[in-house]
Design a protein around this ligand. Sequence first.
Ligand code: 3HC
Ligand code: NAI
Length: 695
Amino acid sequence: MSTPVAYSRQGDVAVLRIDNPPVNALSQAVRQGLSDAMDRAEADAGVKAALIVGEGRAFIAGADITEFGKPPMQPNLPDLCTRIEASPLVVVASMHGVSLGGGLEVALGAHYRIAQPSARVGLPEVHLGLIPGAGGTQRLPRLTGAEKAIEMITTGRQVGASEALGMGLIDKIEEGDTEAVGLAYVQDLLAQEAPRRPVSALPGPDAIDWDATYDAVLKKGRGQISPATAVRAVQAASELPFDAGMLRERELFIELMGTDQRKGMIHAFFNERAVGNLPELKGVAPRPLKAIGVIGGGTMGAGIATATLLAGMQVVLIEMKDDAVEAAKGRIGGNLQGALKRGKISQDAFDTMTTKALTVSTDYGTLKDVDLVIEAVFEEMSVKKDVFGKLDAVCKPGCVLASNTSYLDVNEIAASTSRPSDVIGLHFFSPAHVMKLLEVVVADQTAPDVVATGFALAKALGKVSVRAGVCDGFIGNRILSVYRTAADHMVLDGATPYQIDNALTDFGFAMGPFAVADLAGLDIGWMTRKRKAPHRHPEERVPTYLDKLCEQGHFGQKTGEGYYLYEKGKRGGVPNPKIAELIAAEQRDLGITPRPFTDEDIVRRYMCAMVNEAAKVVGEGIARRPLDVDMTLLFGYGFPRFWGGPMKWADIQGLDKVLADIEAFAKDDAWFWQPAPLLRELVASGRTFDDLNKG
Ligand code: 3HC
Ligand code: NAI
């Protein structure tokens, strides 16, 4: 069998070249190959040093994540790193691209490290629900001290070569062929008779306030446990001899490997990549994407224009009146200023984006050369149809016509043009230049290459794209409206909005639903309630207490009063005492005796409502796979990544338990809690949502 580690000799140096595309992950074969090649080098007469290099785009991207959760295979990575370090040869790693996780740990097992100026290193295991498990928590702090190591490990941040040099993590930066610069460095070391320099022989890092650091990292993790666990592993590097520290690291690593958080985060890792790969688009070429039109320069239009400019495209934005043109320019300029301030773009790029690359006009005729137009005008079908009529008249043949509508029927919009196959929904999230999610809404007649163009645009903008079918709210907003309703019901029945927000932030959401409502503006929900009132099912329970607050002109954060009271200049708010009074009055009117809810009850109901609606969305084909729902919630709705998404959460709980809960809740409100047929089917056949992802 061919080995992914090639062995060659350059004079008195053995060169070990790892070649395991695409990113040289440390599969069993690579570990075995490295171990064998070290044996061979040590037995090879006249060899004084070993140089490890990587083929392709990275030195080594880390352990092979596909092996996690499966029975371990020898040689294991920590032993391999220790074996490399213990070699009587001088071992040098020559790094390019990324050296991540186990990749950096292999390099730390070497005695010297040289890197390309563009190389980046990091220990990103926390993003997989883990800690470094091959000596990273023991060797890194011996080089950098505890604080820097903890910062790197708990954030999983990638560090550039010059910063790594400053931290003492690498020894030299040299541009050129990795093997050539590595060999020259080895020759220098040999000429100087530089000694082998095992990091494990260095003293452990000085102590810091471990408990305070642990607490701070735990708090920052919002429920995620691996970063705080990493602090304890680094503590072991300080307090224990190297070998005992390694054992402690191993123990903590294995503990985390068995957690649901690890499963959730690895589900997120792979599906974040899988979600944009649609089998139906294999071989379908997208249309060109050089110049983009945007209609409407409000919150969304300006955000979309910003994202598109940042991706290096030309933008033509259309507004209704001259003052709206100026306002749109101001919004885009403000967004780009932010990017400039944060060092994301240069002054030159800023100047180009705000002048040459951007045209803002009231004249639809300026759209004649654009490749794709995204409409982001008011959420009114008549307005949208009017705009699409104009686009149909001015846009060149083959131009993709997209709507950013949140809820409206994309089929109806498409039917208002003479070219429905060119029409698609591209649903961005606010702020559009920041939020990662794009729902690509495929209407009945949308052409495959138009769908491919939607996905290509998302990729160009650095977004995660999810295919959605047409229905009220598509994937995300449809599911949102149901779990929000579950929260409203709990308030009517006795939980306070604040208890619900707290329970859900403890679960891992960035914000609770009532704080989010205050941020988005309570007027939106108020208008929706009024719009939907005439068509409401008699059994639908809709609280009206909030309408009274809205009638007084209180719309949440923007007016200073909502579920919470906000003081100018202060972040966050305090509970608004009026809310408790309004809820109590409504409960009296409805004859409800409030009952207590535990935080667990709250999470369970909220999550069951989410999962049940998500199962309907998948069952109806609006989302093709459960993973599409998971990625929608993760990247558009602040769902905690360490759960992997609501479907993964449900799989982890056991679908039978989720269904049993839904059936129990249905005893009080059978209209709201109608179990999804797909959920019943999966439970009956003993399958999981994840099984459907594989099919
Ligand atoms: N194991 C297995 N597969 C991996 C992998 C890994 N460590 N890293 C990347 N891949 C796969 C991806 O799934 C993807 O597969 P696909 O083409 O079938 O979708 C392919 O390699 C290319 O990856 P990307 O599309 O992400 O390519 P990019 O160039 O955008 O990014 C990267 C490259 C920066 C290396 C990025 O893939 C990445 O961050 N990988 C994960 C790195 C990581 O977390 N390493 C730590 C692993 S845990 C560990 O080492 C434990 C140890 O301490 C014991
Ligand atoms: P907005 O009210 O901030 O902006 C709409 C803009 O469109 C206004 O500046 C208006 O002058 C302009 N406009 C209206 N008719 C026009 C026309 N015929 N030609 C040119 N410009 C016209 O609205 P917002 O929030 O930006 O929403 C726009 C669309 O995006 C809506 O369909 C909305 O449902 C959707 N959306 C909104 C999100 C949000 O969080 N605000 C999130 C995702 C989608």
